[in-house]
Design a protein around this ligand. Structure first.
Ligand SMILES: [Zn+2]
Length: 660
């Protein structure tokens, strides 16, 4: 689109050794919000995301899955891409580091750096684990942190990047562009890191096979950051970036753990090659779960599908951007998420929109009334709304999303108060009262229109519904925010169809549903991975027969599921979880604690001594904060999904006997 200024932003290029959790989703939601906002400010925006698919971890994961690396990463990339599409945050450019155009860009960047004298051959010496085929970060004589086996000191030929030559140029750059690293705390951290001196960087490997080859220097392949960071450039033209016109990037949005690579290595590579530097690197914090970083090994990961399946994507976006100051760490809590949903979305925006529409429907035949004679209280609200427009645009520009939402929600609260004090529903039917009512409802609808336009970048789905409800044409995404003013709501427009916005939800039940979904097994990523013999239902009880699973599995897949006869020793209810029972189960070799979603159908006392079928090799999970180590098998019966425990009523089976 000629004429429009270009704006280019990126999410991190995510590493494909796992599937997206809330942390990745947060980065991508932030980028999507900026993208939508910038479009409404008249920019031609491109947002890039993608997958980082090389390296020894992928090599290993593919081997474990018994597939070729290319097949493994193709499936992973597909999972990531389709999740973003499903969540309504598709990228404009999805770059895979195994794309040919990316390989060409990396090779071109290397050539430029080398021609300019910033690359030299050398040797890298480190501790190497021959079992894992990888360097590990330990001292000579120490064992491998991954497998615990002895490491060897290995020296291999590498190419080095002269990072040490860029200490001064980088410090000059930071000084001249104080906005380059954000937030301020990260900037200070990077400044002292660079001031402390920079060591040259090994950028190729001969010990890894799965990577982009260094032309004419086989078996050298590019190593980690020289490969991954370059994806931002290959997505928008690579060597032909000038023709596309999006490089340099306006902002790279990253997590705080990778800020150093983005604000030190990446600008140094670009300086060495004589290419323009990105304008800004913005590092956000982590979402912590019970004050700990989410990680697969801790079993405290939250994934977007389980939340979106219960409260919807807009509620997740609202919660993530409202609850945490952008740049700082935040705490993720289901409880706070549902509280925000009910108080701010259901009772706030949703309620204001449906009340206003209902009153206009009832009193003005569903057409926006014409205001007549503004009184001071109407003008006060108009002034607040007009000020909010100016304020909110500034807050968006500084990526202060939590303040954006606070500002808009205080306008919504002021409008609720205005309605209460003006109480248009108790005015009479005479002309003067009807005119007054028209003014009040027009004013309220006008606030809603403005709030909708301002919130659209954050809540795209629900604002589109409010927009239609207000009888506005087109999509709110096409509003030019620069032209947004108080008083543009045209009287006489017919209201559109009313759609459910944010139906109130019952907290305990919503949390249980999200946690139950979180505990369902993720779709297997690689072809021959074990499909569980049965699909677990709420809270860890499983259906003995899975009618939906039509795909056949081999006996070797079935053999991966270890089921044993267990005997229930104790059973108790869990406070705050209506459906869950906490059980201890003797499985012959040990006593396990297992949570089962059977509390509504089984009395705890009656379960003691009962023999049940237990899946014993399921990874431990937490349900409502209680560890569950295994799964009790149950049939799911009837439309309400009543669980019926599988058992052994007629035979005296030994505890611990394996089910085959
Ligand atoms: Zn090892």
């Amino acid at each position: 689109m000629p004429g429009k200024p270009k704006y280019y932003l990126t999410t991190p290029i995510y590493y494909t050794n796992g599937l997206p959790h809330i942390g990745h989703t947060y980065s991508t939601i932030v980028c999507d919000t900026i993208r939508r906002y910038k479009r409404m400010r008249g920019y031609d925006v491109v947002m890039t995301t993608g997958t980082d698919e090389h390296g020894v971890n992928v090599e290993r994961a593919a081997k474990n899955a018994g597939v070729a690396e290319s097949e493994f990463v193709a499936k992973m990339a597909d999972e990531w891409k389709s999740l973003w599409d499903e969540l309504g945050i598709p990228s404009d450019e999805f770059i895979r580091t195994t794309d040919l155009k990316h390989a060409h860009t990396v090779q071109w960047l290397f050539k430029l750096c080398r021609e300019n004298g910033f690359v030299y051959p050398g040797h890298y010496t480190g501790q190497y684990c021959i079992y894992d085929n990888a360097y590990v970060d330990v001292k000579p004589g120490e064992n491998c942190p991954d497998c615990g086996r002895p490491t060897e000191t290995v020296t291999e030929a590498n190419y080095f990047f002269k990072l040490s030559a860029f200490q001064k140029p980088l410090l000059n750059w930071y000084a001249k562009h104080p906005e380059f690293i954000q937030p301020e705390s990260r900037r200070n951290e990077i400044l002292s890191f660079v001031e402390g001196g920079l060591r040259d960087l090994s950028i190729t490997r001969t010990s890894i096979r799965w990577g982009i080859p260094v032309p004419g220097e086989e078996p050298h392949v590019f190593y980690v950051w020289f490969d991954a960071l370059t994806a931002y450039l290959s997505a928008v033209g690579g060597p032909n970036y000038e023709k596309q016109g999006y490089w340099p990037a306006d902002v790279h949005i990253v997590g705080k753990d990778i800020i150093r690579f983005h604000s030190v290595y990446w600008p140094a590579f670009l300086m060495a090659a004589g290419l323009p530097l990105p304008k800004q690197v913005w590092a956000h914090g982590w979402f912590l779960m019970d004050a700990a970083k989410m990680s697969k090994s801790k079993g405290n990961v939250v994934t977007p599908r389980s939340i979106v399946g219960v409260v919807g994507m807009d509620a997740l976006r609202y919660y993530l951007l409202r609850e945490t100051v952008f740049g700082q760490d935040g705490n993720f809590s289901y409880d706070a998420l549902v509280t925000r949903y009910n108080s701010d979305l259901a009772n706030g925006l949703g309620n204001l929109a449906s009340r206003t529409a209902a009153m206009i429907e009832k009193n003005f035949g569903g057409k926006i009334p014409k205001p007549a004679g503004m009184q001071p209280q109407d003008t006060a609200l108009a002034t607040q709304a007009q000020a909010a427009i100016v304020e909110v645009l500034e807050l968006y520009d500084s990526l202060t999303f939590s303040r954006v939402l606070e500002e808009i929600w205080s306008l919504i609260a002021a409008t609720d108060k205005y309605l209460t004090s003006e109480h248009p529903w108790s005015l009479g039917e005479n002309d003067a009262d009807q005119q007054r009512r028209a003014t009040i409802l027009w004013t309220t609808a006008e606030v809603l229109r403005i709030a909708t336009a301002l919130t659209h970048a954050i809540l795209p789905e629900s604002t589109a519904k409010v927009w239609t409800l207000l009888g506005q044409s087109g999509q709110p995404g096409s509003i030019a925010l620069d032209g947004l003013r108080w008083g543009q709501l045209a009287p006489g427009m017919a209201l559109g169809k009313s759609q459910a916005l944010f139906p109130r939800i019952e907290k305990t039940e919503a949390i249980e549903r999200m946690e139950a979904m979180e505990n369902e097994p993720q779709k297997p990523v690689t072809a021959p991975a074990a499909a569980p013999a049965s699909a677990p239902t709420a809270g860890g009880a499983a259906a003995a027969a899975a009618p939906a699973a039509s795909e056949k599995i081999g006996i070797e897949d079935f053999a991966k599921v270890e089921m044993r006869v267990g005997q229930i020793k104790t059973a108790e209810r869990i406070v705050g979880a209506d459906k869950l029972l906490k059980l201890t189960v003797d499985i012959g070799t040990e006593i396990r604690q297992i949570c089962a979603g059977i509390a509504q159908f089984y009395e705890p006392e009656k379960l003691i001594g009962r023999k049940v079928a237990v899946v014993v090799n399921l990874a431990p999970r937490k349900l409502r904060g209680v560890e569950s180590n295994g799964m009790i098998i149950a049939a799911t019966v009837g439309p309400e999904g009543r669980p019926v425990l599988a058992g052994f009523p007629d035979e005296d089976v030994e505890i611990g006997a394996r089910l085959k």
